[in-house]
Design a protein around this ligand. Sequence first.
Ligand code: ZN
Length: 442
Amino acid sequence: MTRRELLLSSPALLGVPWQAQSAPTRWRAGVAVTDITPRESLWMAGYAARTRPAQGTALPLHAKALAIDDGRREPVVVVALDLLGVSTAMSAHIGAEVARQHRLPRQRLLLAASHTHSGPVVDAQLSVAYDLTDAQQQAIDAYTQALGGQVVRVVGEALQARVPATLHLGEATAGFAANRRVQYSPDGPVDQRVPMLRVDVDGKARAVLFSYACHNTTLQGDNVEWHGDYAGVAQATLESRHPGLTALFMSGCGADANPMPRGTRALVTAHGEALAAAVSDRLGAMSPIDGPLHAAIEQVDLPFAGVLTPEQWRQRFGLEDPYVARHARLIAALQARGTLPKTQPMPVQVWRFGTATVLVALGGEVVVDYAHRLAREHPDERVWAVGYANDVFGYVPSRRVLDEGGYEGGGAMLYYGRPGPFDATVEERIITAANRLIRSTR
Ligand SMILES: [Zn+2]
């Protein structure tokens, strides 16, 4: 079943040239920020090998909301979260509350995660990777619920804060993202671009939204302090270098990229400062953009290839207990309840700024091939692709990565509690949906 939400259901709104080409767009924008650093010692997300919960805060975690409208249509709001990702249930709950309290339709809300591996576990995400006690899970559930309220509030604050603004687009590059699947492709693809959107109020830079396609994993499992990783350092550095500026990070399609080198506090500072410097250097060299601003979202159902047995997880992906045994118990419980899924719903969202720029926000941990393919298929438009958007449910391999196998090609699905790898059709399904939304917002 495919649920489809399109803002532009009315053809009358789609193509009235004299409207779109009249006076410059009267943008309005607002920003709001809230601290989401847990106040207690929760389990940390992302590394299965950790043996103890968080021991303190090295760099506070934030939820930052940027609201933009083109003066004619409903606003859009992006929320940049220093989290590994939001779950399906969190996205549904926050989306419904934002719609109820702020009258913002789902296609106009983008929940973007930095994918830091030094933030808290949320909901039941990646539960196979951790061995949580009931008390630890209850503390995570309480944090998750409070976080949802904070996100809904910060969206409202950003909407309230809107004032006349100008928008500018640009692009920097940063060199530390490296393809991490060296065993399959020693010179594997990578995307080192840093797309960026600057929002000015009264001629002064008030916000910058930027992305980078690289796992936010400079710090590894030995770190047990809350930290936004390189993305957290980049945002904090930009904000201290440009007083009055709010920096919002989104993770690009970097599921198969890692920061290189990695593993120390010195390196996380170096990568974060390098990214901040790249953005900072381009801040003054960006081009103004006009509207209109159109939004659309679609849910694509991605089929699983089947249910893998414990022996298949061991042989095909080299995975071991306790994770294989834990996964088998989870799958058995889902089967007993008759709720084992055959497909994975994936949100695909498009925001179009004027005629030439489209932001494509994909759910899940998306590999770099998607960013390159979308750019290739739309040579006349600037396609800004990000992953980890609206729902982080597992990895999203391309056909190439699926065929190669390995962690991103299927092994990681075990930790996410999915029945098995995706089937061979998922890349075409995702690209078809994204292309349909890109066209529908023209
Ligand atoms: Zn990841």
